[in-house]
Unconditional design. Structure first.
Length: 425
């Protein structure tokens, strides 16, 4: 695996045998496969120092961040109204108003005398001598006096300095993928830049004599490459750096050359097709001849074969060739694995129990991932479970996950729905 100029020498490569299965293991349940992956992976990217706020969206923090300043930095008003020293218990009453006001960015710099009030606007610093604010609609101003009819406890409608963030509070943890809302937290306490992991460089390679790039002439026995654009878009949306390794024919030399390019340019390679045991499955053959490969037969539908290999120091994830199976395996296994390798935390996608709007007699033995979407509070699944039906990918907004056990599902049965957003998409 190549290193960029900013990558630190302390980056630890993966072991060549990290994907090896224990002797005698044949079918691997989904949860067990995920745990094996999680336990054997670690960050493989270097650290980029002092990246400014404007370049942080989607980046992954390399170190905890501590607040250099409190938020809010001073006591301030939560509303437009009038400030005075509380509590207010004897009503009705009238308080003389002092001249001037406290506004956001224009604080009142003098002491407010005891028993007096002052005009104050939302976000303005509480003047000395005040600790309570009455909403302007809950009082009247007559002849320079504030008339109040309701009681108020001390501190009403006031924000305390540091009530949100105090100086040196840990505000974000290492491994956090930064979003616009988290960048807002950094900005609120004056953090200009932070250390982040370099973007994981993910190569995408398609194989197959029957597969042609979009735009190329095709015959009736050839198909357009749906996997490479799909996987490339997924990589980009997850915030990683895409390395397009193109499409190669089922030729040993072409596959080997593409994998060698990927090993030089990438931190991880995703391939689709050519990973079974057929005559023309040259991805698996090349990985066996020149690397370390472990074919994981995972108890999942669609999917099942998942080739995990090390090729010249670079991990390779060999996905099935059928688009739906490639999508399911890339999400269920690839997304959390890439997150961990990129410096983020391994994640289990958040699922929700939703009443089914379909019927299914599920057989025991394998987990099943059904393309699904939610409408009117119920989850419906695509009409065909065929792994070549790409229309179901566009139709779906997530997946229904059914575990290995047998189940009889009828309309109204609670099932686990995982939206694609739970994977970061």
């Amino acid at each position: 695996m190549s290193s960029s100029a900013n990558q630190e020498s302390t980056v630890k490569p993966l072991r060549n045998d990290c994907f090896a299965l224990p002797p005698g293991v044949n079918w691997t349940p989904v949860d067990e496969a995920l745990e094996r992956l999680r336990s054997r992976l670690h960050p493989v990217v270097g650290i980029e120092r002092e990246v400014p706020l404007s370049h942080l969206n989607g980046r992954i923090l390399a170190a905890d961040v501590f607040a250099p300043r409190a938020h809010p930095p001073s006591n301030n008003s939560a509303v437009d109204g009038y400030a005075f020293a509380g509590p207010l218990t004897e009503v009705p009453c009238a308080l003389p108003l002092v001249d001037g006001r406290s506004a956001a960015g224009e604080p009142y710099r003098e002491q407010v005398p005891d028993g007096h009030a002052i005009r104050i606007l939302t976000g303005a610093v509480m003047p000395a001598g005040t600790d309570t604010v009455v909403l302007e609609e809950d009082c009247d101003v007559i002849n320079g006096q504030l008339h109040l009819n309701g009681t108020l406890k001390a501190g009403a409608n006031r924000r305390l300095a540091g009530e949100d963030i105090q100086v040196q509070d840990r505000i974000l943890n290492a491994g956090t993928r930064l979003t616009p809302t988290q960048i807002s937290v950094l900005a609120s306490v004056g953090v200009e830049s932070v250390d982040v992991y370099q973007r994981l460089r993910v190569g995408v390679l398609s194989t197959g004599d029957e597969v042609k790039p979009v735009g190329a002439p095709v015959t009736d026995w050839q198909i357009y490459d749906a996997n490479r654009p799909m996987l490339s878009s997924m990589i980009t949306q997850l915030g990683y750096q895409l390395v397009d390794l193109g499409h190669v024919l089922d030729r040993p030399d072409a596959v080997k050359e593409a994998l060698e390019r990927g090993a030089e340019q990438c931190d991880l390679i995703l391939t689709s097709g050519g990973v079974s045991a057929g005559d023309e499955d040259h991805v698996s053959k090349t990985l066996k001849a020149h690397g370390e490969i472990s074919n994981w037969r995972i108890a999942i539908k669609p999917g099942r074969p998942l080739a995990l290999a090390m090729f010249k120091g670079t991990p390779v994830v060999g996905l099935p060739g059928n688009p739906v199976a490639a999508w399911v395996c890339a999400l269920r296994f690839g997304a959390p694995a890439m997150a961990l390798m990129a410096g983020a935390e391994w994640f289990e996608p958040q699922g929700y129990l939703v009443p089914a709007n379909f019927s299914k007699n599920k057989k025991p033995g394998r987990s099943e991932m059904l393309r699904a979407r939610v409408r009117d509070g119920k989850v419906e699944v695509f009409g065909s479970e065929g792994s070549g039906r790409v229309t179901g990918l566009a139709w779906s907004e997530g997946m229904v996950e059914l575990d290995e056990s047998a189940r009889q599902i009828e309309p109204g049965t609670p099932v686990k729905f995982i939206p694609y957003g739970s994977f970061g998409l």
